[in-house]
Design a protein around this ligand. Structure first.
Ligand code: CP
Length: 323
C-alpha cells in the first residue's frame, strides 16, 4: 500500500495505551474491540445515543483544512455529548492565512488549554507530524490525504458487527476508487485485524491497489464477478478532487461498469448490506434505489459515527489524564 511509510507509532504510549488516534495499522484487535464495545455501550437498544460526562473538564478543537459534513459535525456532536467544550477553529480567518506555521498555531491553541485536536488535512501524515511535535495533547486523525480515516473505518466495522455479529466468515467487497481512498485503506486494516478472510477489492485497473496487495486480497476488475455472494458491499466515492482525468474514461462509463444498481445487488447474498462513507455521487457509483433501499445502512453509519467518536474521545481522555 502506498501509505506504509507513515508511522502510527506515536499513537501508543510505552504501555500500549492509545494516546492519539492516527491510523488503524498497528492497533490490535483488543484496541479495536475496546473502541467498538465502548461505542456500543453508548447506544441504547433502539440505537439512540446516550450522553456522558466523560470529558466534562476538557476542551476539543476541530481543525478541518478540507471540507466535511459528516466527520466534522459528528465530532462536534460527539464532543458535546461527552460534555467537552468545543472550538471549531475558523481556519479561513486564522493566523495560518498570515503564514503562521501550523505547529505554532497548535502550540498557541494548546496554551489556550485545548486538550484534544481533531485534524483533517489533505497532506498524508500531517496529524502524525503534529502528534510527534506537540506534547501533552491528544490528536485525532479525521482524514489525512489518501492515507487514513480511522474513525470512518471504526464506524464501518461497528455497523457490520451490529448487523452480522461476527467477522470471520464474512465476504466483504470494497468497490471503487480504492487507490485514492483513505477510507478504503483504513477499512482494509480494520477488517483484516478483526479476522475477515475474504476481502475483495473491486476497481478498474487504474484505481486498483498495487499488485502486491492483490497477492494478499482478492482483486477484481469485473464487478459482477467480485460481488458474487458477498455479505457486505462497501461502496466508495469517486475521489474526483484527487484523481487525474485519465484515471477513468468518464462518469457514464464508470457507472456502467462499477455503479451499484439493484440488478448488481442481486449477485450478492440475499441479506447483504450496502455501505457508503458519503458523500454519495448518485448515478455515478451508486443508484438512488440502492442508496435509499432496504439493504442500505448508510444513515446508520452516520449515527454510529457519533458513538465511535464519543468512544475514542473517552478512551483518549482516560489515557491523557493518566499521563
Ligand atoms: N465520510 C466522510 O468523511 O464524510 P465527510 O467528508 O462529509 O466528513
Amino acid at each position: 500500500m502506498k501509505t506504509d511509510k507513515i508511522s502510527n507509532e506515536a499513537q501508543l504510549d510505552a504501555s500500549g495505551n492509545l494516546i492519539h488516534l492516527l491510523g488503524l495499522e498497528g492497533l490490535s484487535s483488543e484496541h479495536i474491540n475496546q473502541i467498538l464495545d465502548t461505542a456500543d455501550s453508548l447506544l441504547d437498544e433502539k440505537g439512540n445515543l446516550k450522553k456522558s460526562k466523560a470529558l466534562d473538564d476538557m476542551s476539543v478543537a476541530n481543525l478541518f483544512f478540507e471540507p466535511s459534513t459528516r466527520t466534522r459535525n459528528t465530532f462536534e456532536i460527539a464532543a458535546k455529548r461527552n460534555r467537552a467544550k468545543v472550538i471549531n477553529v475558523d481556519l479561513d480567518n486564522s493566523a495560518i492565512k498570515k503564514n503562521e506555521a501550523l505547529l505554532d498555531t497548535m502550540l498557541t491553541l494548546k496554551a489556550m488549554q485545548i486538550d484534544m485536536f481533531v485534524i483533517r488535512h489533505n497532506q498524508n501524515g500531517l496529524p502524525h507530524h503534529v502528534a510527534e511535535n506537540v506534547s501533552g495533547v491528544s490528536i485525532l486523525n479525521a482524514g489525512d490525504g489518501i492515507n487514513a480515516h480511522p474513525t470512518q473505518a471504526l464506524l464501518d466495522v461497528l455497523t457490520i458487527r451490529q448487523i452480522k455479529k461476527k467477522f470471520e466468515n464474512l465476504s466483504v467487497a470494497i468497490v471503487g476508487d480504492i487507490v485514492h481512498s483513505r477510507v478504503a485503506h483504513s477499512d482494509i486494516h480494520a477488517l483484516k485485524t478483526l479476522g475477515v478472510k475474504d476481502i475483495r477489492l473491486i476497481a478498474p485497473a487504474g484505481l486498483q491497489h498495487s499488485p502486491e496487495n492483490c497477492e494478499i486480497f482478492n482483486c477484481f476488475e469485473d464487478m459482477d464477478e467480485g460481488l458474487k455472494n458477498v455479505d457486505v458491499i462497501m461502496m466508495l466515492r469517486l475521489q474526483k478532487e484527487r484523481m487525474i482525468a485519465a484515471d477513468i474514461p468518464n462518469e457514464q462509463e464508470y457507472y456502467k461498469n462499477y455503479g451499484l444498481t439493484n440488478d448488481r445487488l442481486k449477485l450478492a447474498s440475499k441479506d447483504a448490506i450496502v455501505m457508503h462513507p458519503g458523500p454519495i455521487n448518485r448515478g455515478v457509483e451508486i443508484d438512488s434505489d440502492v442508496a435509499d433501499g432496504p439493504q442500505s445502512v448508510i444513515l446508520k453509519q452516520v449515527t454510529n459515527g457519533i458513538a465511535i467518536r464519543m468512544a475514542v474521545m473517552q478512551i483518549l481522555a482516560k489515557n491523557h489524564r493518566r499521563q
